[in-house]
Structure formats: structure tokens, C-alpha cells
Design a protein around this ligand. Sequence first.
Ligand SMILES: Nc1ncnc2c1ncn2[C@@H]1O[C@H](COP(=O)(O)OP(=O)(O)OP(=O)(O)O)[C@@H](O)[C@H]1O
Ligand SMILES: [Mg+2]
Length: 285
Amino acid sequence: MATPVIAIANQKGGVGKTTTAINLAVCITVLRKTVLLIDLDPQANATSGLGIEKTPGNSIYAPLLGEKDIHEVIQGTAYKRLDLIASELDLAGAEVDIARADNYLHRLREALEPIHNENRYDYILIDCPPSLGILTMNALTAADSILIPLQCEYYALEGLSVITDLIEKLKTSGTNPNLEIEGIVMTMYDGRTNLAQAVVQDVYKHFGAKIFDTLVPRTVRLGEAPSFGKPIYDYDRQSVGAAAYLQLAKEFLKRRSSGEPKTFPFQEQGLNAAAEEQTPEARQG
Ligand SMILES: Nc1ncnc2c1ncn2[C@@H]1O[C@H](COP(=O)(O)OP(=O)(O)OP(=O)(O)O)[C@@H](O)[C@H]1O
Ligand SMILES: [Mg+2]
């Protein structure tokens, strides 16, 4: 059976894609599933956030161009059940090279093919760069679903329509007819502000059950963990940030195992629970 591929994407920068990719991946492995995380962003934040050095030549770059088998660039991490395909700066050049290649949107899909037949991973997660360039388009072509981190801020919804339009285009054009929205994860949520609550409600009005119940709070700890090269579960397991991402991982697995759309209404409970968790530790981190 094919391994589910989930692209973590949003063309907007700094909304929590990488934080979600790293921490969701690690928390899924805490729940005893195996994950391959692909760092598809030339910034290589997911790579450094896991405490892994960038090595020239050791990224998805060559497999994308059909110059290396994907197995050659998979590496283990400090975390059991989590493997990584790292990024490196060269990946920035990949956009140009891939654009010249045949079938340029399907490069990642093709590179991943050998893994699908192996049953080695339960999930493949892809951390995308903040653009809708060729790398992200490759991720969306290879993916079964897209998980969209959305920062709880005023213009959140506007950016979202850009992604949903793109998903529709990829589907109707036949590039990826089965692409689904895995879900929307509200990030950097601060339950003390009316704005954050209003944004969540607004997104809920449009996307309903697509929003994960788990709201990821803004915490100092989540912000500082990457500078120690650690996911939050390792950096501070007792923190509210670690609890949130573990909760998100549970919700992710539960939704996938039940395969049922979530029922309305969820919101009041979810909001209050997150708001309570926010205080007072979240303020101090
Ligand atoms: N819940 C959170 N609480 C506090 N800080 C956070 C949280 N989530 C992310 N951050 C911080 O916000 C910044 C942006 O987050 P992140 O790198 O995950 O976003 P991104 O969408 O991957 O960014 P880019 O678009 O540049 O790839 C980082 O410094 C990160 O540590
Ligand atoms: Mg990022």
C-alpha cells in the first residue's frame, strides 16, 4: 500500500510550517508510528531544528533530478522511528534545474516511488518553503493531502484562498486529482486576545471540520527550541507546547484511523480548553 504523503504548506512565511513539521513528526513517532520527514525548504530550518548538519549533496536535490536514488539521502535522526531527508542551500538552485526537466511537477512523486512499495514508513511529511514555486508544487503533486498551518492573525483567511484555489487547479487539471486538505492547524494561538478567537471562528465558518481541534499556543519554549536543535518534546516535554503537538499528533492519527469527517460543532470546547492551557505557563513559556 502507498505510504500517505502529507505536505505541510502555506505560501505565507513564518506561520509555523517548520515548527509543525518537526513537532508533529516527532510526536507521531512518540505514538509509535514511523515517519520520514522531507525538508524541502532551502532555508533548511527543519534540518537544523532537528540538530542535523547540512551536508552538500545530501538532500532531495539529486533524487529530484533523477541523479540519485532516494535511499541514498535518507538519514536517521536522534529520534527512533524518525528519518530525515535533509535540505541544503543547493536546493535553491533545484528550482531552476527542475524547471528545465521533463515532467517537472512530478519529480518528487517519481523520486518517492520506491519508498511506497516498502512499507517502511507509516507517514511521509514534507516541510515546504514559503512560496508556491516549483518545490512546493512538486510537494503538492506528490502529496495525498496538504496540512496548512495558519497563524492566528488578521489576514489569515486571505492567504488561505490562494491555497484552496491552487488545490482546485491541481485537481481539475489532473495533475493531482486526489489531493485533499488534511486539515488546518491554527498556530501561535493566544487565547487571551479577542483577535485570535475571532480568527479561529472566522476560519471555522469557512472550513468547519477541516480545522484541527488542537490549537497550537504561542509559547516562548516553542520559539526557542529550534536554536537548541531540538523538537519541543525533547527540549521541554512538560511544556504546553509539547502537550499541544502531542495532542495534534493524536488527533491526526485518530482522524486518519476513523476516516470520518468531524462533526459540528466543536469550537467552544476547543477554544476554552486551549485558553485555559495558555495561562499562566504559556506566558512564561
Ligand atoms: N507556537 C509558537 N510559539 C512561539 N513561536 C513559534 C511558534 N510557532 C513557530 N514559532 C516561531 O516563529 C517563527 C516562524 O515559525 P516557523 O519557522 O515554524 O514558520 P515557517 O512557516 O516554517 O516559516 P518559513 O515560511 O520561513 O519557512 C520561528 O522563529 C519559530 O520558532
Ligand atoms: Mg519553514
